[in-house]
Each structure stands twice: as C-alpha cells, then as structure tokens.
Design a protein around this ligand. Structure first.
Ligand SMILES: Nc1ncnc2c1ncn2[C@@H]1O[C@H](COP(=O)(O)OP(=O)(O)OP(=O)(O)O)[C@@H](O)[C@H]1O
Length: 270
C-alpha cells in the first residue's frame, strides 16, 4: 500500500533558488526509501516540504500522505499529523531536544501526547525506552539533560521518542552522519527494529550509499532538485541506468576493489 506519493514537487525560495524542481517519489507502508544525492541536490528541502516546515518558499505539486493532500492542510492539521503519524530525526538531535528538561521527561511527554498515561507511568515507560535503545544505566541516565549525553546517545533518545509514537512515517535526515562507525551501525539497527516492530516506513536521507545499501528497499537518486533515477536498491546499485548514478556510485571507495587514482567528477544528469 502506498503511504507517501510526491508528484511534480517544486520548491522555490523567495531568493529565487529553485531547490526542488519536478520531483516524484513513492514510499510504501513499512518500506525504507533512501534518498541520496550530492550536497545541495535538494534532499533536506524535500523532507521539510513533506513535513510542511518550509518558510519563505513557494511549494507546488502534490504530496499525498495516506490519501490526504498535505499541501492543502492548514498549519494546525499539519502539526497534529507531525505529532501523531509522522516523526522526524535530524543529524543534530541537540537542536530538537529541549535543553531545560531531562531526557526521560521529554520521552515521557512524547508518550503522553499519544497515549493515556499519568506522569509516573509515562516516566517508567521512558526509562524502559532508554533501556530499549541501549542507554546504559537507564534509571540513573533518565535524569540527565541532553547536553550530558553524547551525540549517539542523543540520537537514541530521538529514536526512543519515535518508538513512543509508533509513527507511520519517520523522516530521518542524515541520522548517522555525525556519529562514528560503530555507533552508526547501532543506530541503523534501531531504525531496522523500529520498522519491524512498529511497521514504520522510513524516508532516509543520506549521502552515504553504504547506509542505503544496509537499510533501504528503494532508492531515489536526486540531482538538481529532481529524482534522476528511482527503483529497488539492488537494481539501482547493480545496474544503474543513469551516468549520474554511476558517477555517484563510483565515488564510493570499495574495500574489495583497487583504489582509484582520483575520484570521478560528477557531471550533469542525462
Ligand atoms: N532557506 C533557504 N533559503 C534559500 N535557499 C535554500 C534554503 N534552504 C536550502 N536552500 C538551497 O536549496 C538547495 C538545496 O538544499 P538542500 O539543503 O535540500 O540540499 P541537500 O541535498 O540536503 O544537501 P546536503 O547534503 O549538503 O544537506 C541548495 O542550493 C540550498 O542552498
């Protein structure tokens, strides 16, 4: 079942920059769509457009989520949707967490926003969630503030909040970019579990082809604001149809291949 359909999406900022230009995307319920592309290709702007979080921009085209046209919704309905059915995690979790409240309090409030629960019960669940996402000594750590956590631990807190919501869609924008490789692998495993346990579909924005290969079912390759190639990860990675995709893949050094003298220069899409 299709959960998210994007058709002919265009985003133009007041400055005149056309960051997204005729983008089509599809994401089925419970699936993971990797959105890849070089810096500035419009990945983050796309995610903000889906979330209805763009300011100073003209958005046109269709963004259909579970049969509802999001571009037609008012801010209040969008906010409700973001809380209830669409969650998001970003590269820098610190910007999403409130510095004045303990991490457990913030998880508990996320839980209470979607379930009938008293403060104490939600607090207990928050501690369980911290344990679930692999925070050591969760009882003690629950009282800590976001700045007392490492980057990887903060990202786990964001995932714990997403687990509380059991959203239909999680938009994850470079969720592992700032983390070292072992922590990256743990966060990817948690995303896998979120998808398996809650049936959450994930739109995974990254420039890391390895992350896409490890987690995504489908991939969309973005270039200059549109998807130049889309399809199952296996097909796109093994038999890329576009020279641009081939160039992007050729930039990934392979552990089993010879080291290139120099990385290829990415040209224009066909
Ligand atoms: N608020 C804004 N006002 C004007 N232009 C913007 C704004 N936000 C983004 N842009 C421009 O839109 C284009 C796409 O940006 P976007 O952040 O989506 O790229 P990206 O693919 O996510 O890149 P990266 O991987 O570096 O995050 C860029 O040219 C960027 O400068």
């Amino acid at each position: 079942m299709t959960l998210l359909t994007v058709r002919d999406l265009a985003v133009e900022f007041r400055s005149g920059v056309r960051a997204v230009d005729g983008l089509d995307l599809d994401l089925d319920a419970g699936q993971v769509l990797g959105v890849v592309g070089e810096s500035g290709s419009g990945k983050s702007v796309t995610s903000l457009a889906v979330l209805g979080l763009l300011r100073d921009a003209r958005v046109s085209g269709e963004i259909r989520f579970d049969g509802r046209e999001l571009t037609a919704l008012d801010q209040r309905s969008l906010r409700r949707l973001r809380g209830d059915r669409i969650a998001m995690i970003f590269q820098d979790p610190l910007s999403c967490l409130n510095p004045y409240y303990s991490v457990a309090f913030q998880i508990a409030e996320a839980y209470r926003a979607h379930h009938r629960a008293g403060r104490k019960q939600a607090q207990r669940i928050a501690v369980r969630m911290l344990e679930r996402v692999g925070i050591p000594e969760p009882e003690r750590r629950a009282k800590a503030y976001p700045h007392e956590f490492s980057g990887g631990m903060r990202q786990r807190v964001m995932i714990a909040m997403a687990l509380c919501l059991e959203p239909d869609l999680l938009i994850a924008d470079e969720p592992t970019t700032a983390l070292d490789v072992t922590v990256q692998a743990q966060i990817l495993q948690l995303l896998r579990e979120l998808r398996e346990e809650a049936g959450t579909a994930i739109m995974l924005i990254t420039h890391d082809m390895g992350v896409v290969a490890g987690l995504a079912d489908q991939v969309a390759v973005m270039h200059q604001g549109r998807a130049v190639e889309r399809g199952p990860v296996r097909d796109v990675f093994h038999r890329p149809q576009q020279a641009y995709t081939r160039g992007l893949l050729a930039c990934v050094p392979r552990i089993d291949g010879p080291l290139p003298d120099r990385l290829p220069t990415l040209g224009a899409a066909e």
